[in-house]
Ligand binder design. Structure first.
Ligand code: NAD
Ligand code: ZN
Ligand code: ZN
Length: 344
């Protein structure tokens, strides 16, 4: 079958032919219907050899949707032909965190060498995808796989991040979304669907700000050195209730720290390498700083329920598998508005 692989450190991703996978005991084989491209893939392709914990080549794609093509011996719970999406942050299934459905924080994944598909195990940017266990699948019924597949990460990750701050996002509060790309443009919609907060969205690109406005941001601002002051003005000097940083660069974390208010939350989702100093008097009193990773399986089910209610309008730009290297170039250059989705 054809697969999009990251071949070796520093090399460009390329479409190659690999053996067709066959499901072993307990496994499920999917015929891939859609696979999303995430900026984290760009980050991984920038890692040095000692930062990568798994062997290369790697088939990319940690957002996956498909139809069940075959069940391995003993695999039950899904039917051949059923439409599903993949819950990506695989864990051991038995530790304390996995028992809570929070496989994203599996306590044994590292020692057991368990990796998500597309971030260690072969991913969804291929004609077929092997899934290690039916519990890592969620049926999607009639939802369109192409517009639903981003919800497995670009939806689930902001959903989990927002849920952490939900009690603070009351009427009169202000939520700041920094970076309105794949994750950010879904975050704005989640904030509007789940809360009464006022949403202020920031990006460095006017097209992204236009998308942010069209999906529900009340205010949009250019993300520059004046932005923290503008947010303070917009909040009558108080500062933001919650800042969600989908970039995580030094400049955006400075903006987050400079615009959050007393008892506010700064939630760092982007892996842009920045740090935020904390210490008494450095940030306003009682600010909470978090760095969440992905979300739980039950939260993915909740996000899909929101999609079924019509609350989410994910913007996708579609590419064939052969065009996938081009999609990653566009994503690298900041030229994808919404999410790039590969349809093999
Ligand atoms: P994306 O490329 O689709 O979007 C990033 C957006 O940030 C773009 O619109 C870009 O124009 C904007 N941007 C860049 N610099 C900016 C700045 N200085 N100020 C404001 N905006 C700026 O990326 P994505 O796929 O949405 O991923 C966003 C980040 O989240 C990445 O760092 C990714 O690795 C990370 N991520 C983290 C998790 C997690 O679990 N923590 C999960 C998925 C993605
Ligand atoms: Zn991702
Ligand atoms: Zn576990």
């Amino acid at each position: 079958m054809k697969a999009l692989q990251y071949p070796s450190i520093g090399a460009a991703p390329a479409v190659v032919t690999v053996p067709d996978p066959e499901p072993g005991p307990g496994q499920v084989l999917l015929k891939v219907t859609a696979a999303g491209a995430c900026h984290s893939d760009i980050a991984v392709m920038g890692f040095s050899a000692d930062q990568i914990a798994f062997p290369l080549p790697l088939t990319l794609g940690h957002e996956g949707a498909g139809t069940v093509a075959a069940l391995g011996p003993g695999a039950t719970g899904v039917e051949v032909g059923e439409a599903v999406v993949v819950y990506g942050p695989w864990g051991c299934g038995v530790c304390r965190m996995c028992a809570r459905g929070e496989e994203n924080y599996c306590l044994r994944a590292q020692q057991e060498g368990i990796f998500p598909p597309g971030l260690g195990e072969p991913g969804a940017m291929a004609e077929y995808l092997l899934v290690d266990d039916p519990r890592h699948l969620v049926p999607i019924g009639d939802l369109d796989p192409v517009r639903t597949v981003p919800l497995t990460d670009a939806g689930l990750t902001p959903y989990h991040a927002i849920k952490l701050s939900l009690p603070k996002l009351v009427a009169g509060s202000t939520a700041v979304v920094i970076g309105t790309g794949g994750l950010g443009h879904v975050a704005i919609q989640l904030l509007r669907a789940m809360t009464a907060t006022r949403v202020v969205a920031l990006d460095i690109n006017d097209d992204k700000l236009a998308l942010a406005r069209s999906v529900g941001a009340h205010e949009v601002l250019l993300s520059d050195e004046r932005a923290a002051g503008r947010i303070r003005e917009l909040t009558g000097g108080e500062g933001a209730t919650v800042v969600l940083d989908f970039v995580g660069a030094p400049s955006t974390l400075a903006l987050a720290g400079g615009s959050v208010g007393v008892e506010g939350d700064v939630t760092i989702v982007g892996i842009g390498g920045g740090t935020l100093p904390v210490g008494f008097g450095v940030l306003p009193y009682e600010v909470t700083v978090r760095s969440p990773y992905w979300g739980s399986r039950s939260e993915l089910i909740e996000v899909l329920d929101l999609a079924r209610q019509g609350a989410l309008d994910v913007h996708v730009e579609t590419f064939s598998l052969d065009e996938a290297p081009h999609a990653y170039r566009l994503l690298h250059d900041g030229k994808v508005n919404g999410r790039a989705v590969v349809v093999p």
